[in-house]
Design a protein around this ligand. Structure first.
Ligand SMILES: NC(=O)c1ccc[n+]([C@@H]2O[C@H](COP(=O)([O-])OP(=O)(O)OC[C@H]3O[C@@H](n4cnc5c(N)ncnc54)[C@H](O)[C@@H]3O)[C@@H](O)[C@H]2O)c1
Length: 261
């Protein structure tokens, strides 16, 4: 008997594949037997990861409509159709820190950073969902997963970020909440076409944060720790696979219980 949780033969596109969660997602989807295409901004890292996993790869800039169209078309051409997509790209605290954008207080928050955050995290997912969704419909239906966050559901506790090099930032929460609304809209738009659309909302993932931050975050979490990337992959496989065949328009929160109290 084949497991409804496996992805054997399913043609999946993962956008935002070379980050902390993206790499774990890519490995899990490949291990589950999918015919995978990986896409991310820079060509070399995504090509290297794809070679390791036996996947195909393509560069993509989700803020560029033509780039999204080209990358989705390449994924469809590589495997002869598309059964699922994960819109996983975002501007994160780590990337703002690396880019030197900093975390100004909201009263001085730059419009340009707000716009860039929404452009990648929300409008980028709109473009990926539009292009990939059409291809999935033409392939007979499938699954669209948008990666949201607990910060699309609850506000951050700003106290845990005190004196840390990174902070939470407003465009992140706004884009993540927007994804939950977009997924619900698309779930009702595409329901009759057999295209399921859900959001996956991870809690914070441990990634070289300070011991002080890890302890503060753990204290905010019923399970007493941040997530590891592998804590999140089971939920993604569920949403991409036939195990979730009757699940659409939902937000699956995997957060060690943080939003439960
Ligand atoms: N790590 C966490 O704690 C956490 C928690 C909740 C939700 N998430 C969400 O999970 C997803 C993955 O997060 P992560 O921690 O792996 O972040 P990350 O910063 O490590 O990865 C984000 C990826 O998006 C890509 N990207 C950025 N701009 C892009 C663009 N214009 N076009 C295409 N790709 C672009 C980056 O190159 C990177 O590979 C994000 O949507 C993030 O918001 C992460």
């Amino acid at each position: 008997m084949t497991s409804t949780f496996e992805l054997s033969g399913k043609r999946i596109l993962l956008v935002g594949a070379t980050g902390v969660l993206g790499r774990a997602f890519a490995r899990a989807i490949a291990d589950a037997g999918a015919r995978l295409t990986l896409a991310d901004l820079d060509t070399s890292p995504v090509a290297e990861l794809a070679a390791e996993l036996g996947a195909s790869s393509h560069a993509i800039d989700v803020t560029d409509e033509a780039s999204v169209t080209t990358a989705v078309a390449a994924a469809v051409a590589a495997h002869g159709g598309l059964d699922g997509v994960v819109a996983n790209a975002a501007i994160t605290s780590e990337s703002l820190l690396a880019d030197g954008d900093g975390f100004p207080p909201f009263e001085d928050y730059p419009l340009a950073t707000w716009r860039r955050t929404l452009d990648v995290g929300l409008t980028g997912a709109f473009l990926v969902a539009r292009e990939a969704g059409r291809a999935i419909r033409d392939s007979g239906g499938g699954s669209v997963v948008l990666t949201s966050s607990i910060y699309g559901v609850v506000g951050p506790d700003h106290r845990i970020y005190k004196d840390q090099p990174f902070q939470s930032f407003p465009g992140y929460s706004a884009s993540k909440a927007g994804l939950i609304g977009l997924a619900r809209w698309l779930a009702t738009w595409w329901g009759a076409d057999g295209i399921r659309v859900n959001t996956l909302s991870p809690g914070g993932v441990a990634n070289h944060q300070s011991a002080e931050f890890l302890a503060r975050y753990a204290d905010r979490t019923p399970m007493g720790r941040m997530a590891a990337p592998d804590d999140i992959v089971g939920a993604l496989l569920f949403l991409l696979s036939d195990a979730s065949a009757y699940c659409t328009g939902q937000n699956l929160v995997i957060d060690g219980g943080l939003t439960a109290w």
